[in-house]
Design a protein around this ligand. Structure first.
Ligand code: MSP
Length: 644
């Protein structure tokens, strides 16, 4: 049977409750480098990424921003799409779980497994936080069975739920993994997953009646399908399942799922069990890479240390950023991101090693051979050993790439590049030029440009733009990313061809200037000093005692002999009243009239400068009292509406 030269690679589909960061960028860049590599090995590559848009997290993120879930996902998905474009990602599909094509497949699979008896209706028992609408397990609950998020007491609840009969797949899964020891990489993850399966698998609850934003269970629409059951299926939807038998037959048996270790149980246990239940092969490979911290710390929004990939690309260039992520740590190990380490790699590997080799070679071709590729003479031992190293490097590089060892593959490319620089020092082509030793000079320069021609191919999957620029400067037509490694043969370059325009590939970064610029950037991003004026903790019941409502300002008068005070007339819908407020320096009566503001309605009335004030408006103020802003509502809502 002819070899199937197809390759299907996926990233996780990312949650859209937040903006993309370097963690997302890392997985997607790695998958892209692999997709590009496989194309250059002659494979027909399908590369799917996308977004996970259903479920409670999204529902909550939307409601906290006052948006409908669909509005929220439609706006956030744009950031992901833009980022992948910016980072030169060559995905062939972008799948969103809210798309009709996906919803249809999820419902089809659900019905199929229900019919087969692998899905059944049962009841789910757990600890539930009513205000947060979330279940927690006993071990997740805070002390005293309180909600770990809001601290309120959890209630034991029983809810009707559909279950996936995962317990029935313990043995088939073990059997599959024993026969396919490469199905999970690296090995540590394989062992971890197997021991988890051996410890026993329980049926999984796969529907919710408490969440609205999801794929409805066909025929029982008070349930929506649990977000993970829905999300995992994206990999089949993108592959044309069910229906496109040709696509499924060609690509599914080759599928490689890439992700971090946080979600391997879903991918190595739940997902293959679902596939076995469907009668479809489990994924050929799941590769779990490591976790990035930032400057030694876990990345988190509250710490303000989330690295923005757009910013990194703007500051350092897309290729340098891609190179750093894949070169710095073995794929599979954890790593720490720091801009200082990125700058260090740019200066040493990219500017000093690769950039210099190209620059020196082209300068000599310009000086000594009229900017044209010279005719090589007979190879001496020195040249032969560099040629042999180039050929060996290509083999080592492919072996490493085949097992996702991006760092090893790049290391072997750099061994060749560094050896190239050393070869210049040893052969001293400038001396050969001065001595008019044209034949020897031709051999040396030809050898160097062959090393560079190959280096461009080797860096192409990781640094596609750099590869193209190297070829352009060498005067080679076309894009190295569109070529095949197998077509490369030493000595194929035609002598006499003119080289292209010489330009600096990676300018060296001056460390002193960089440090100063970074310090300024950090200060701009920095947090404001703590205002210091914090109140005692209150309970939700304390807060509930404050009756806040929406009111419209109907008219405003100055309070005589009090230059800071206004007498403000309000319409609460059900009642009209007057308050006195000290906001005269910040607002004119015209600014205020018609504005809808928030008022404390049950504040004890007070007489201020002879005017009775019934309530108080709410405003935000800076610690120095200079800045003042009134609280308003962001959309139409009836007057008198309660603020909680
Ligand atoms: N929506 C699910 C995945 C469903 S797939 C059927 C999800 N989304 S996520 O947005 O949280 O993305 C998790 C993935 O993002 C990780 O598995 C990893 O690929 C990537 N990373 C997120 N943060 C990361 C780091 N700090 N370091 C490395 N990768 C990280 O889970």
């Amino acid at each position: 049977m002819a070899e199937n030269r197809a390759f299907y690679i996926t990233t996780p589909i990312y949650y859209v409750n937040d903006v993309p960061h370097i963690g997302h960028a890392y997985t997607t860049i790695a998958a892209d480098a692999m997709a590009r590599y496989k194309r250059m090995c002659g494979y027909d590559v399908m590369f799917a990424t996308g977004t996970d848009e259903h479920g409670q997290k999204i529902q909550q993120a939307a409601s906290s921003r006052g948006l409908s879930p669909q509005k929220l996902v439609d706006s956030v998905v744009v950031n992901f799409k833009k980022l992948w474009e910016r980072l030169f990602i060559t995905n062939t599909d972008f799948i969103r779980t809210t798309e009709e094509r996906h919803i249809r497949v999820v419902q089809w699979i659900f019905s199929r497994l229900l019919e087969k008896g692998d899905i059944y209706l049962g009841s789910y028992e757990g600890w539930y936080c009513v205000p947060c609408e979330t279940y927690f397990t006993e071990s997740q609950a805070a002390e005293g069975m309180k909600c770990p998020d809001c601290g309120r007491p959890l209630e034991k609840m029983t809810e009707e739920s559909y279950f996936f009969r995962m317990s029935g797949y313990q043995e088939p899964l073990l059997d599959y993994y024993e026969k396919n020891p490469d199905a999970i990489m690296p090995k540590t993850r394989y062992n971890e997953v197997l021991s988890f399966i051996r410890s026993g698998l329980r049926d999984q609850s796969i529907s919710r009646t408490t969440v609205k934003w999801g794929v409805p269970v066909p025929g029982d629409e008070k349930h929506v399908i649990y977000v993970w059951f829905d999300a995992l299926i994206n990999y089949l939807t993108a592959c044309g399942f069910p229906g496109d038998d040709a696509k499924v037959g060609k690509f599914w048996p080759t599928v490689n799922h890439i992700m971090a270790k946080d979600i391997i149980r879903f991918h190595c246990i739940v997902w293959p069990a679902m596939l076995l239940a469907l009668g479809v092969n489990p994924p050929k490979r799941v590769f779990s890479h490591g976790w990035w911290t930032v400057e030694g710390d876990k990345m988190s929004k509250s710490k303000g240390n989330v690295v923005d990939p757009f910013e990194m690309a703007d500051l350092y260039g897309v290729d340098a950023f891609r190179y750093f992520l894949l070169r710095e740590i073995p794929f599979g190990s954890d790593g720490d991101f720091s801009e200082a380490a990125l700058v260090q790699r740019i200066n040493s590997d990219l500017a000093n090693d690769l950039g210099n080799l190209l620059n020196r070679t082209l300068q000599m071709v310009k000086n000594f051979t009229e900017g044209r590729i010279p005719e090589p003479g007979e190879l001496q031992d020195h040249d032969k050993s560099l040629r042999d190293l180039a050929e060996k490097t290509l083999e080592e590089y492919k072996e490493a790439m085949d097992v996702y060892a991006f760092d090893e593959a790049l290391k072997s490319a750099w061994t060749l590049i560094r050896r190239g620089n050393k070869y210049i020092d040893e052969t001293m082509p400038w001396k050969l030029g001065r001595e008019k030793n044209i034949e020897r000079l031709g051999t040396v320069l030809y050898t160097l440009q062959e090393v560079l021609r190959l280096s461009a191919l080797l860096v192409a999957p990781v640094m596609p733009e750099t590869a193209l620029r190297i070829w352009g400067q060498l005067g080679i037509e076309g894009d190295p990313s569109k070529r095949l490694f197998d077509e490369y043969a030493w000595g194929d370059r035609a002598p006499g061809t003119p080289t292209g325009e010489k330009e600096v590939l990676f300018p060296r970064i001056d460390l002193k200037e960089w440090e100063a610029e970074k310090a300024q950037r950090d200060a701009r991003k920095g947090l404001q000093p703590d205002p210091g004026e914090h109140e005692e903790e209150i309970t939700i019941d304390d807060f509930r005692k404050i009756e806040l409502r929406v009111a419209k300002i109907t008219s405003v008068e100055a309070v005589p002999k009090a230059d800071k005070l206004y007498k403000i007339h309000l319409d609460l819908g059900y009642e009209r009243r007057t308050i006195v407020s000290g906001i005269r320096e910040a607002y004119t009566p015209e600014d205020l009239e018609g504005m809808r503001i928030i008022v404390i309605c049950n504040l004890k009335p007070a007489t201020i400068r002879g005017v009775q004030s019934k309530g108080m408006l709410l405003a935000a103020e800076t610690p120095d009292g200079e800045g003042l802003a009134l609280l308003t509502v962001d959309r139409d809502i009836p007057l008198g509406a309660r603020v909680r």
